[in-house]
Design a protein around this ligand. Structure first.
Ligand code: NAD
Length: 502
């Protein structure tokens, strides 16, 4: 473990939250979380949860589940509304924590806070709209309706790149639907996870309804996926882990949703407003250091405007100041840790080896204070073909590849030539092309004249192909995932009936 120098502030000692109590993790393993912009700054440390802690969290959730299920949906929604209010008051402080812990620039962290709070508010309102349907019956004097009921205990497993919004968009619907939750965040962002739980605690959530275990997925993951008490698993993260989670849940018949990686294209057509496209492509590719599942990683461009757009792109990329996201002049923060930095640099080397032409960037930045963080330049490759790994595989870093095309058919073929299908964008003034893109694009989300990134509480979020399996997140779909639908037939004839319709 790292030893603190005299000038360093003592890091927060984070705990697990089980049955309404903050307790030390049972494992010998200690994790130290540091600032990716300056790894000398220790932010927090914690003793990892062990398997017994995970089992205790499951036991606590099982015990709390019945009383929570019997709390009315509007009352559950009011706790969420209170949590949203607390979060709004604390948003500036939490955004700063997010920047220090995950690395994204402060403006992006503020945006993420806002998004998560809106999601909380939206799901809080769902407490008053927790409705099934009534349907006309084939039989006279029959009331036929559906009702949504909680599942029981659910596990929520989240990645590091949206340490506030993703946990919030899973925990909020799970709770308002009446489930008890065991929440396991990524080990790189434990401090944000603790703050999320504290907000719900302060909002009045009863003990045991939301439990937090901090620790490695390799040590806790299987318990939080395999245990028969868990009725559903909501996972966001990499494809390799998502497939494993999906496989285990499939075998034991548990509900599962896995939101995974992306390799999202932006098509810029020859009639596009190039200034508009420029803003969208730069934001999509280099925003959040490219560490978004929705990042734009492939630019597919009509050859007629390719030279002009590429030179506009280059001059914009040169303006991006890379550094500590707390500095308002900085436009792009660090990779989240040394491993992600290595992945970025490895992919840059692979792209060069496979014949892509490096147009800009590609370097590990180590000048001055940057040497204490995990900084890589915004990077652009041209001449990228669909057979290259940089075209097909998720880097999760600020690396954009350019592929030139002549026809719309070629553009669509390239856009769909990957195994992912999360999100996509087209920049064109031609309504017919925009509509054809929306129709033919193999992705869960399509943007016309706006970047590949973003989602809104009231509409579904998620991908197709290898980007996602299970129910979509956010919106009604996100809520429905955490419920069981029951159909109720009530015959009020009051006497024996002979009918072939039974
Ligand atoms: P990851 O798969 O390494 O980890 C995600 C979570 O799974 C972490 O909490 C981790 O501890 C846990 N985990 C690890 N091993 C496990 C196991 N065996 N069983 C159960 N859980 C286990 O992903 P990451 O590096 O944290 O996140 C980056 C990935 O997430 C990228 O691929 C990105 O595209 C994806 N992502 C997808 C979306 C989306 O909505 N589609 C959103 C954000 C991020």
């Amino acid at each position: 473990m790292k030893t603190l120098t005299k000038t360093e502030k003592a890091p927060a000692n984070l705990k697990q939250y089980i049955a309404g109590k903050w307790i030390e993790g049972g494992s010998e393993r200690q994790v130290v979380s540091t600032n990716p912009a300056d790894a000398r700054q220790v932010l927090a440390q914690f003793r990892c949860a062990d398997k017994n802690d995970a089992l205790s969290a499951l036991a606590a959730a099982s015990q709390a589940a019945l009383a929570w299920r019997n709390t009315t949906p509007p009352a559950r929604g009011r706790i969420l509304a209170k949590a949203a209010q607390i979060a709004r008051e604390r948003a500036p402080e939490l955004a700063a924590l997010m920047t220090r812990e995950e690395g994204k620039i402060l403006a992006e962290a503020k945006g993420e806070m806002d998004k998560g709070i809106t999601l909380m508010e939206w799901f809080a309102g769902e407490g008053l709209r927790f409705m099934g349907i009534t349907a006309p019956s084939e039989l006279p004097k029959n009331l036929l309706y559906t009702v949504r009921q909680p599942l029981g205990v659910v596990s929520i497993i989240t990645p590091w790149n949206f340490p506030w919004a993703i946990p919030v968009w899973k925990i909020s619907p799970a709770l308002v639907a009446g489930n008890a939750v065991v929440f396991k965040p990524a080990s790189l962002v434990p401090a944000m996870a603790v703050e999320i739980v504290k907000i719900f605690e302060q909002a009045g959530l009863p003990p045991g309804v939301l439990n937090l275990v901090l620790g490695a997925g390799s040590a806790l993951g299987d318990t939080l996926v395999e245990d028969p008490r868990i009725r559903a698993v909501s996972f966001t993260g990499s494809n390799s882990i998502g497939q494993r989670v999906h496989g285990i849940c499939g075998k034991r018949g548990a509900k599962v949703t896995c939101e995974m990686g992306g390799k999202n294209p932006a098509i810029v057509w020859d009639d596009a407003d190039l200034e508009l496209a420029l803003g969208g492509v730069v934001k999509g590719a280099f925003g959040a250091t490219g560490q978004r599942c929705t990042a734009t990683s492939r630019l597919i461009i009509h050859e007629k405007v390719a030279d002009e757009f590429q030179s506009m792109l280059l001059s914009e990329m040169k303006k991006i100041k890379v550094g500590d996201g707390m500095n308002p002049a900085v436009g792009m923060g660090p990779a989240v840790d040394a491993a992600q930095l290595k992945t970025d640099l490895d992919y840059i080397e692979i792209a060069k080896t496979q014949g892509a032409k490096l147009v800009y960037g590609g370097r590990h930045l180590q000048e001055g204070d940057l040497k204490h963080g995990y900084f890589v330049e915004p990077t652009l490759f041209e001449g990228v073909t669909p057979s290259m790994r940089i075209f097909k595989e998720e880097v999760f870093g600020p690396v954009l590849s350019v592929t030139r095309v002549k026809t719309f058919a070629q553009a669509m073929e390239a856009a769909n030539a990957v195994e992912f299908g999360l999100t996509s964008a087209i920049y064109t003034q031609d309504l017919t092309l925009a509509m054809r893109f929306a129709d033919e694009m193999e992705a869960g989300m399509v943007h016309v004249n706006s970047p590949t990134v973003g989602g809104e509480a009231q509409v579904p979020f998620g991908g197709v192909k290898r980007s996602g399996v299970g129910e979509r997140e956010m919106s009604k779909e996100g809520l429905h995932f955490f419920t069981e639908l029951k159909t109720v037939f009530i015959d009020y004839t009051g006497k024996r009936r002979e009918s072939n319709l039974y």
